[in-house]
Design a protein around this ligand. Structure first.
Ligand SMILES: [Ca+2]
Ligand SMILES: [Ca+2]
Ligand SMILES: [Ca+2]
Length: 497
C-alpha cells in the first residue's frame, strides 16, 4: 500500500503552492469573481433519481455560501437580480435542451419594522405561516417563479400559484415551529413536479480548517483514511467546517420523461437514459445604481458561474482560468481539456508518494464526456464534446436510503457520484481518489484519500426536498474541534490533535 509513504503535511503544502484558491470548499468562494459576488456564487449542484420516485429526477442548486444563521436583521434572501438556472442536455452535444429558470421577487410588508422578521412581539403574532394569518411578522418575504424553456417555448410551471421562499430560521420565539414553515415551502405543482426554495442547512461537509492549516489533519487521518474510518458512512472523525452554516437552496423534482430526448423512460444500458446537467447563475450586463430608487438592470444575461461536476473548478482548473471557466458554456470546455487530461493535482499526489495513473488521463473522460461506466450504451461516436456536465443515468434505479454509500460509485453504489450526485455523496474523498486514478485501476491507484469528515453534521432528508431545515439563529453554533457534536469519537468529541 501507499499509505506508509504518504505524508499529509507535504500534500497540503504542495496544494497551496501549486493550486491557490479554495479548492477544497466544494464551490464555496472558489473563483475570483464569485468570491466578490456572494449571491451569485453556486456552492453545489446535485442531480439524482428521486429516492421514492424512480421515474423522476431531483435537481438541487445551492448558492450563497457560509450563511451565519444569526446574521440579522436582513438574513439572506435570494437575489432578485440573479437568474438561477438548471440546464439539461439530452442529445449529448453538450448544449442544454431544457432549461429551468427561477426568478425571485422581494416584498417588504412592514416597512416600519427594524428587522425583516418579528414574532411574538409588539402585538405581532409568531410567524407560523408563509402567507395569511400567522405571516404578519414575515416582513421581508420572497416569492418566486419557475419556468421551463424547451423547444423555444417558455412554460410557467407555477400554474398561477404564488410560490414563497422559506426564510432563514430566526429562532424559536419568532418562528416557534420552523419545520412547519419549511413544509409549507414544499409545493406540488401537479404532473409529478415539486419545487422548494429557501434557506436551509448547507449539506456540504469538509474539514476546511485542517485542510488550510497546511494539511494539519486530526489523528493523522487526513490524508489517507484507516480502513475503519473509510468504512464508516455515519460518523465524522474530524469537524465539519460547514456545520451550523446555512445556504440558499432551490430544489426541483421533474418527471424523467420531461428530460429524456424522446420523452420516454429508458433502461440503464440505453444511451438515451443518460442526461448531462448543470446549474448556473447569471446577471444582466448593465446595472445602473440610482439610490434611493432601486437599481436598474438591462442588457443581455451574462453567466456569472456554473457547476456540473463538483470540485472541477476547484481541483482541476488553474486559478488563472477559473473565471473564464465560470463564465463560459460547457460545450466550449475543450479549451480546458488539458486540465482534465493531465490534472496538476495528480502530479502533486504523485510527488508525495501516492501512485497516480499516467497522463493522458483518459480514465477521467467519463466525467466530461458521455462514456461508460455512466453511459454503458454510448459508443465512441456518442461521447460528445469535452463538457463539464454532471451526467446522470436515469435508468439506474435509486439505492434505498439505508443502503447508500458515501463513496457512491466507488463503493458499488452506482446510483451515486459520479453517476449524478446525491447530498450524501462524499465528493471530497471521491474526487480526490478519482484524480489519483481509482477509475483507471482501483488496485494500483486506489489509495483511500479523505479528510475524515464522512457525513453532514445535520444529516440528510430522505425524501423531497432532501435538504434539512435551516439552522436556528438564536441557537446558532458551529461544531469545532473538541466540541460535542463532532461525532465518531468517545464521548462524541473530536480530538484537537
Ligand atoms: Ca443538447
Ligand atoms: Ca451542514
Ligand atoms: Ca470526506
Amino acid at each position: 500500500m501507499q499509505q506508509s509513504r504518504f505524508r499529509p503535511a507535504l500534500l497540503l503544502l504542495a496544494l497551496i503552492v501549486l493550486l491557490p484558491g479554495s479548492m477544497f470548499a466544494s464551490s464555496h468562494r472558489e473563483a475570483p469573481i464569485t468570491a466578490l459576488d456572494r449571491t451569485a456564487d453556486v456552492t453545489d449542484w446535485y442531480a439524482f433519481v428521486s429516492y421514492d420516485h424512480p421515474d423522476r429526477v431531483t435537481m438541487i442548486l445551492n448558492v450563497d455560501p457560509f450563511l451565519e444563521p444569526s446574521n440579522g436583521p436582513n438574513y439572506f434572501p435570494f437575489d432578485p437580480n440573479v437568474l438561477y438556472e438548471m440546464k439539461v442536455d439530452n442529445n449529448h452535444d453538450g448544449i442544454e435542451d431544457i432549461t429551468f429558470q427561477f426568478r425571485f421577487q422581494t416584498q417588504i410588508r412592514q416597512p416600519g419594522l427594524f428587522t425583516g422578521f418579528v414574532g411574538d412581539l409588539a402585538g405581532i403574532p409568531p410567524i407560523t405561516a408563509l402567507d395569511g394569518p400567522g405571516s404578519e411578522g414575515l416582513s421581508l418575504r420572497q416569492t418566486y417563479t419557475v419556468s421551463m424553456v424547451k423547444d423555444g417555448k417558455t412554460i410557467n410551471l407555477g400554474q398561477g400559484r404564488t410560490l414563497y421562499a422559506v426564510p432563514s430560521n430566526v429562532g424559536p420565539r419568532t418562528m416557534p415551529d420552523y419545520q412547519a414553515l419549511f413544509n409549507q415551502g414544499i409545493y406540488d405543482l401537479g404532473n409529478g413536479v415539486r419545487v422548494f426554495a429557501g434557506t436551509v442547512d448547507d449539506p456540504f461537509f469538509i474539514d476546511l480548517g485542517a485542510a488550510f492549516d497546511s494539511l494539519h489533519f486530526r489523528m493523522g487521518v487526513g490524508g489517507v483514511l484507516s480502513p475503519t474510518v473509510d468504512a464508516d458512512d455515519h460518523n465524522n472523525y474530524a469537524p465539519d467546517a460547514v456545520a451550523g452554516f446555512n445556504v440558499n437552496s432551490i430544489v426541483l423534482e421533474i418527471p424523467t420523461t420531461w428530460l429524456t430526448v424522446d420523452g420516454k423512460l429508458h433502461g440503464a444500458g440505453d444511451k438515451q437514459a443518460v442526461i448531462g446537467t448543470y446549474g448556473s447563475t447569471s446577471r444582466r450586463k448593465i446595472t445602473v445604481r440610482r439610490s434611493p430608487a432601486t437599481a436598474l438592470n438591462s442588457g443581455s444575461w451574462q453567466q456569472v458561474q456554473r457547476e456540473g461536476n463538483p470540485l472541477i473548478n476547484e481541483l482541476i482548473i488553474g486559478t488563472g482560468s477559473k473565471d473564464r471557466f465560470s463564465m463560459d458554456d460547457p460545450k466550449n470546455d475543450a479549451q480546458f481539456a488539458n486540465f482534465f487530461l493531465n490534472p496538476l493535482l495528480a502530479t502533486v499526489f504523485n510527488s508525495i508518494g501516492i501512485s497516480v495513473a499516467p497522463a493522458p488521463r483518459t480514465d477521467l473522460l467519463p466525467l466530461v464526456t458521455y462514456a461508460a461506466p455512466i453511459c454503458p450504451g454510448c459508443t465512441a461516436k456518442d461521447a460528445g464534446p469535452v463538457a463539464d456536465l454532471l451526467r446522470l443515468n436515469t435508468g439506474i434505479p435509486p439505492t434505498p436510503v439505508g443502503n447508500q454509500k458515501r463513496l457512491g460509485f466507488l463503493a458499488g453504489d452506482v446510483a451515486g457520484f459520479p453517476n449524478g450526485r446525491r447530498l450524501s455523496d462524499d465528493v471530497v474523498d471521491i474526487a480526490s481518489r478519482a484524480v489519483a486514478g481509482i477509475l483507471a485501476d482501483p488496485q494500483k491507484f486506489g489509495t483511500p484519500i479523505g479528510d475524515g469528515v464522512n457525513t453532514n453534521t445535520e444529516g440528510f432528508g430522505t425524501t423531497f426536498p432532501y435538504v434539512m431545515p435551516a439552522n436556528s439563529g438564536r441557537d446558532s453554533h458551529h461544531v469545532g474541534p473538541g466540541q460535542v457534536g463532532c461525532s465518531g469519537q468517545p464521548g462524541g468529541v473530536c480530538p484537537t490533535q
